[in-house]
Design a protein around this ligand. Sequence first.
Ligand code: FES
Length: 354
Amino acid sequence: MFGLFKRRPKTPGVARLEPLGVDVTVPVNQSVLQAALEAGVDFPHSCKVGTCMACRSRLVEGKVKAIRDFSYVLSAEELKAGYILACQAKLAPGDRIVLEVDIDSQRPHFPQLTCDGRITAQTALTHDIVELRVAVDQPLQYAAGQYATLRPAHIERAREYSFAAAPTPGGDNELRFFIRKTPGGQFTGWLFEQSRVGETLELTGPGGDFWLRAAEAPLVFVAGGSGLAPVLSVLEDAARAGVARDAVFLFGARTQQDLYQVDAIEAIAGRWAAQFRFVPVLSHEPADSDWTGARGLVTDYLAAPHVPDLAASHAYLCGPPPMIDAALAVLAAAGVADGHVHYDKFLDASNLAG
Ligand code: FES
């Protein structure tokens, strides 16, 4: 007689997170970050794919298995000092680790909620970007620059989208997003097929580590495509709070038809409590058009005279990976310290079908 062979579930590992003093159970098929977030720990994170370093933490005890080699993003000194990326670290069955998490004392702490949302408006901003407004059944608090995940019931995988407006203290019952169509994307394919006003979806948030750090230094923002959303949210919030730091905003688009929310940006510039320079840069505008503004790659303008004091600036970047990588190279060459550069890579068409 042969019985059915039943596989015993593998014993999960445990990660002790310091200085939080919290033990998190880490199933063998999850990263330490994923397990911590599912346990409700407000673990710093952004990209979840091992590029932004927001989840960088120091392994004090034990061993982890790297999903993707950390050495692509962490320096030799950091690796020697025991730093790992929690989003790229798994535990062997039954293993225990102690992890020191870099908690920034300024970091905003808002409870992560999952709520029912209903699409109340869907407006075309360009030929491939729409503004979506989603009403939620409970007020959601977030920091300007953060994101939520959206998932209609018939779609398995939730997608992350940054809030496109400054938050209201006490929480918002209606949230704005800018969503770009990604070829082959299940969610955006559904969204762009026809108006989805009145449809429901599940919304979870807030998340992400793209928020304005308090400092005195001048600011430089670089955005491309739907990467405008978190930058606009941060700028609106900072203008409202009276942040008095000189700022330059470089906004990259292909042609004049791809520029959007320019009135909103100019309104912010008018209210900004210090100098504010807005530089839209077009990469594919026909040479014979009436455009008299900047042309080329947005990152070509990350220099004087457009950015008067780049080396002393704190930079906030949001857009497609090639734009971010180019901007990081320019900032590093200009001597901007790593800790003064914050970014959100928008993984879309070329990376993830959304
Ligand atoms: S590197 Fe881990 S969240 Fe970005």
